[in-house]
Ligand binder design. Structure first.
Ligand SMILES: [Zn+2]
Length: 322
């Protein structure tokens, strides 16, 4: 049995998986600003789950931050009472077992790679676009972290192939300007829409207005899709993932899955341009012709399968099947 814990700023959620099947789920409030109580709350969730399930499990925890590979201490966490704490060592001592800990966006990517929308794919880029942007990379079922613990944090790169009016771009909380996050997050779309139309609307409202034929909303969505296409094309040029999975609130915009791959063809190195793209998408084998013939992009863009549960499921999957 695998136990996954999603440590959020307001809730701690725990689940137990038997294979892909959920056998228990518990939610408790996060003891805000109290580190010792947070450790105890996680321990009690694990104990409750094991009592209900009648079995002992492995434990993986997703956190809103990361563990410094150098020091083992928590960093980059918006739950600030965790910062600088030896979270894994303390939790391992309290639970008397090894514990795996990963950034929550990495857990999302692990979940979708294990038994979600990217199941079976070799290289997965999992992207959460909601109030912010987070991303994780999974290679053959294992999450990539890296010596700085930031693998996948593409949201704080600048928007690539920026137009004149996109530079220097909106201010980001990280201190830079024009980060991908400032354009692709939900608040980013709302701000862009307001800049162009003077109307302050949520992404769901903009999406609905565009579907009803509103020209301003349609233009906002198209700008958004082109920006997401450029941002993801730059990730494809580095990582060349088999699948890109979208999660978070913005992943519910249906148009993205058709529009973004159409636009990213203009930016992925060596790809067939969108205007030349044909409908025979699956019939063209790789490596046709010689001398620099361009090809269609084979990376797939898909919506997350497990929705909000991806984070906690991915925490459980931090202990993959051997
Ligand atoms: Zn930033």
């Amino acid at each position: 049995m695998r136990i996954g814990i999603d440590l959020g700023g307001t809730k701690i959620e725990g689940i137990a998986l038997d294979g892909s099947r959920e056998v228990a789920r518990i939610r408790v409030d996060t003891p805000r600003d109290d580190y010792a109580a947070t450790i105890e709350a996680i321990a009690s969730v694990v104990a409750d789950i094991e009592r209900r399930a009648g079995a002992r499990g492995t434990v993986g925890v997703g956190i809103p931050g990361t563990l410094s590979p150098a020091t083992g201490l928590v960093k980059n966490a918006n739950s600030v009472w965790l910062i600088g704490q030896p979270f894994r060592a303390d939790l391992e001592a309290r639970l008397s077992r090894g514990v795996r800990i990963a950034n929550d966006a990495n857990c999302f990517a692990v979940s979708e790679a294990a038994d979600g929308a990217a199941m079976g794919a070799d290289v997965v880029f999992g992207v959460i676009v909601g109030t912010g942007t987070g991303a994780g990379i999974v290679v053959q079922g294992r999450v990539l972290t890296g010596p700085n613990g930031i693998a996948g944090e593409w949201g704080h790169n600048p928007l690539p192939w920026a137009d004149g009016d996109e530079m220097p771009g909106p201010r980001c909380y990280c201190g830079k300007r024009g980060c991908i996050e400032t354009f692709l997050s939900g608040p980013g779309m709302t701000a862009d829409h307001e800049r162009h139309t003077g109307r302050r609307e949520l992404p769901t409202q903009i999406d609905a207005a565009a579907a009803a034929g509103d020209a301003g909303a349609l233009e906002t969505l198209t700008r958004y899709e082109r920006r997401m296409a450029r941002a993801l094309a730059s990730a494809i040029n580095v990582l060349d993932p088999d699948v890109i999975v979208l999660g978070g609130g913005m992943s519910n915009i249906d148009r993205l899955y058709e529009q973004v791959p159409r636009f990213w063809a203009d930016y992925v190195f060596g790809a067939v341009h969108s205007s030349a793209d044909s409908s025979t998408l699956d019939s063209q084998p790789r490596g046709v012709g010689k001398g620099g013939n361009s090809e269609r992009v084979r990376t797939r863009l898909v919506r997350a399968r497990h929705g909000d549960a991806s984070g906690v499921r991915g925490a459980a999957w931090l202990w993959p099947a051997e």
